[in-house]
Design a protein around this ligand. Structure first.
Ligand code: CTP
Ligand code: ZN
Length: 151
C-alpha cells in the first residue's frame, strides 16, 4: 500500500478545509475571518493535487463552522471539502455549496452602484454558478467571476 504522507500535521479536534485552489487561500482566510481568531491554525499551500494542479489546505483547531460560513467559501473555492475532526478521526465530511443569494463580501462591479457610494451591504442573486455570475439587487448589473473583488 502506498504510504500517505501528511504535508501538514494532523489535528486532534477541529476543521480541515481541503482542496482550496492555491491562488485563493488568502481569500478563504479572509472570508472566514481567520486572521482575527486565536485558535491554532496551520496551513499549507502550493501542494500537489490531481484535480486542482496546486491546492491549499487550512486546519483550524477546536473550531467548527456554520453552514453559512462554509457556503461563503464556495465563492472562491467551489470544490473545497470540509472535514470535521474529533479525537484525530474524520467524523464528518462536508462539501461547500453555493447559496442562491450572496450578501456582503463581494463588491458590485458597477462604479455607479449605490453600494459603492453608501454604507449599504451588497446583495446579489446567483445567476450562474460556473463561471460565477452575481446579479446586483440594487443596480441589476452582473458581476462576473473575472471582475469579482472580495473584501
Ligand atoms: N486530517 C487531519 N487531521 C486528522 C485527520 C485528518 O488533518 N486527525 C486531514 C487529512 O490530512 C486530510 C483531510 O483531513 O487532508 C481528510 O482526511 P481523510 O478523509 O483521511 O483523507 P482523504 O481520504 O485523502 O480525504 P479526501 O479524499 O476526501 O480529501
Ligand atoms: Zn450594484
Amino acid at each position: 500500500m502506498e504510504q500517505k504522507e501528511l504535508k501538514v500535521s494532523a489535528i486532534k479536534n477541529g476543521t480541515v478545509i481541503d482542496h482550496i485552489p492555491a491562488a485563493n487561500l488568502f481569500k478563504v482566510i479572509s472570508l472566514l475571518g481567520l486572521q482575527s481568531i486565536s485558535n491554532q491554525i496551520t496551513f499549507g499551500t502550493n501542494l500537489e493535487s490531481g484535480k486542482l494542479g496546486r491546492k491549499a489546505i487550512i486546519k483550524v483547531a477546536d473550531r467548527v463552522f456554520s453552514d453559512d460560513e462554509i457556503n461563503k467559501i464556495a465563492l472562491v473555492a467551489p470544490m473545497a471539502k470540509l472535514n470535521i475532526i474529533e479525537n484525530y478521526e474524520v467524523k464528518e465530511k462536508k462539501q461547500v455549496s453555493l447559496p442562491d443569494e450572496v450578501s456582503g463580501y463581494v463588491r458590485c462591479m458597477n462604479p455607479k452602484c449605490i453600494t459603492n457610494h453608501e454604507a449599504i451591504r451588497t446583495l446579489f442573486s446567483v445567476v450562474n454558478k460556473a463561471p460565477l455570475a452575481l446579479k446586483c439587487h440594487y443596480c441589476e448589473k452582473v458581476t462576473t467571476e473575472e471582475h469579482m473583488i472580495i473584501e
